[in-house]
Design a protein around this ligand. Structure first.
Ligand code: SF4
Ligand code: SF4
Length: 186
């Protein structure tokens, strides 16, 4: 696939000087995974070979990296497209500058999560993990159907261990609903 000029928030929205955070790139080069972001010379190979970009009009790893280099921190971290990456590492394998693009996207996501910018669907999955140990709630109908087919019961999810992991990575407070309320970072 060749990279085509598809709309992106960088290409369609005028950039205001007040949006630019010149320190952002220096923060990134200190983070594990995005140390080499400044080596990107915008060749577009990552986007051209990305299987997600092939089917999306908006997901462009090259553009996210360009936005970060320019200092458009909020646009990068608040971008919904950030969460489309499938972490397949094709871009990392193909980048001629050894930028480790997939790791850069992971760093962006971690920074976004720290500020609570996580799409609701992932918050819901995390909430389900906390409650049941499964990313998705298994419908009662499915459980009954298994029984009727003579299949063994599903193994119990280990919600306690999941809680420990999510607490350890400080993700839990971003997703857990306080009593009767919404998760923080909404
Ligand atoms: S392949 Fe590497 S150098 Fe080329 S645009 Fe992507 S990150 Fe930049
Ligand atoms: S790791 Fe993400 S950005 Fe890189 S090629 Fe795969 S889906 Fe695209």
């Amino acid at each position: 696939m060749t990279e085509t000029a598809k709309p992106s928030s960088l290409g369609t929205e005028p950039i205001k000087a007040s949006e630019l955070d010149p320190k952002f790139k220096y923060q990134l080069i200190k983070k594990h995974g995005s140390e080499k972001i400044l080596k990107c010379f915008q060749c577009g190979t990552c986007t051209s070979d990305c299987p997600v970009a092939r089917y999306s009009d908006s997901y462009r790893p090259r553009t996210l990296i360009q936005m970060a280099q320019l200092g458009l921190k909020d646009r990068v971290l608040k971008s919904d497209t950030l969460w489309l990456c499938a972490a397949c590492f094709t871009c990392t394998d193909r980048c001629p500058q050894d930028v480790e693009v997939a790791a850069v996207i992971r760093v962006f996501r971690n920074l976004a999560a720290e500020t609570g910018c996580v799409p609701q669907v992932f918050k819901d999955q995390a909430q389900s993990l906390l409650e049941s140990g499964y990313a998705y709630k298994i419908p009662e109908l499915r459980v009954k159907k298994r029984e009727s087919q003579g299949l063994p019961p599903l193994p119990k999810g280990n919600a306690e261990n999941v809680k420990k992991v999510l607490k350890g990575v400080k993700f839990i407070d971003k997703v857990q609903k306080p009593e009767g309320g919404q998760p923080s970072g909404q």
